[in-house]
Design a binder for this molecule. Structure first.
Ligand code: AQP
Length: 347
């Protein structure tokens, strides 16, 4: 397949968002800290693609958030490029939405400081990420404590009305809403208060090996519980076939008592574009039969995405140009909100 068949037919510069309804603005981001998983796809990326023509959309590779824990600069650059390429391979169209590398828009960090001056330390120390990865450790980076203010800035800068994210992001969104309301109350109406938009199915894809935890891109590379979007099909099949199920034999959708099986049904429903994982359970007489169908369904989703990824990766100039134009548009879109926030707070 030639590269042009897999990509938008026009260059990224023929941007059409100005003709879209102004009432809905959607922002979301993915942090380039690991190779993206099926969880990132159904909790976030797939949904970005679904809404890109329905509203003004900004989708970001939030690379500044990758600095909150120990990192390798070269790996970060490589993963940033990989995530941007996956955005396009999954079907994001730079004519329909803004695709932006967070660090290309200085307004994110500038507004983050104003929000750090709005948030309370008590609110930051309550955040799950900080509690799990940093609290009580003297070498914890200060940014691991303060990044929720940056995340709030990411969202509020664009006047976002909706934020499509997985269920694990609920706490961040709540804080963002509180900060927006506090700022507006104290200094005057500047920010739109955003709503969290939940996935109907697979809002929390669980690890195949430990189905009580979420599937995470931070999992060790060799983990059998994490399906990466760029895993070759035979690796995907092996991981699904080895998924932990439960002691019973019956295929039932019971998240509490059979989390492994429920996870497989969630994944199957998501891959088929359905919304009723429980309704699928009756169709299988054994865990083996269910796993084979899940493996086929996941491969059917990732194989075409990987084909497009390979084409795009062969033309890094296109990805870079998309990011350059995304940065230009995002800077222009962010500027009025930042200016209003600075004026309101007394700068
Ligand atoms: N398992 C998941 N199921 C559903 N949605 C998920 N998301 C992540 N995992 C799942 C959603 O993907 C988006 C991007 O997330 P992120 O880059 O901010 O971070 P992450 O992938 O949630 O986090 P990591 O890297 O796995 O580790 P932690 O949790 O330690 O930061 C988000 O919308 C997220 O909900």
């Amino acid at each position: 397949m030639s590269i042009t068949t897999a990509m938008p037919t026009a260059s990224p510069s023929t941007f059409v968002s100005s003709s879209l309804p102004a009432t809905r603005t959607i922002f979301s981001g993915i942090k380039p800290t690991g190779r993206l998983t099926l969880g990132n796809y159904y909790g976030a990326l797939r949904r970005f693609v679904d809404v890109q023509n329905e509203a003004r959309c900004v989708f970001s590779i939030v690379n500044l958030h990758a600095l909150t824990v120990e990192h390798d600069p070269e790996r970060l650059r490589r993963l940033t490029c990989e995530v941007a390429t996956l955005f396009l391979a999954a079907g994001l169209d730079p004519r329909a939405c803004i695709i932006v590398r967070q660090s290309d828009v200085p307004a994110h960090t500038e507004l983050a400081y104003l929000l750090e001056s709005t948030v309370y330390v008590g609110e930051l120390t309550r955040m799950i990420q900080y509690k799990e990865k940093g609290r009580g450790r003297p070498m914890t980076r200060a940014s691991l404590l303060t990044y929720p203010a940056l995340m709030a800035a990411d969202i509020l800068l664009y006047g976002s009305t909706e934020v499509p994210v997985g269920d694990d992001q609920t706490q961040h969104l709540e804080l963002t809403r509180n900060l927006a309301m506090r700022f507006n109350r104290t200094y005057g109406e500047v920010f739109v208060v955003p709503e969290l938009s939940r996935a109907v199915v697979a809002a929390r894809v669980r690890d195949l090996a430990t189905p009580t935890t979420k599937m995470s891109k931070d999992a060790p590379e060799e983990s059998m519980g994490t399906i990466r979007l760029l895993d070759p099909p035979d690796v995907v099949r092996r991981k699904v076939m080895r998924a932990v199920t439960d002691a019973g034999r019956e295929v039932r959708y019971d998240v509490e008592r059979q989390p492994g099986v429920a996870n497989l049904l969630d994944i199957l429903a998501a891959c088929r574009g359905g919304t009723d994982p429980a309704g699928l359970a009756g169709g299988y007489s054994s865990y083996g039969a269910l796993k084979r169908e899940v493996a086929d369904a996941v491969v059917a989703v990732v194989a075409p995405l990987q084909e497009r990824y390979a084409e795009l990766a062969a033309d890094p100039g296109y990805v870079e140009e998309t990011l350059r134009l995304g940065a230009e548009r995002a800077r222009a879109m962010a500027a009025p909100t930042l200016a209003a926030a600075k004026a309101a707070i007394g700068l």
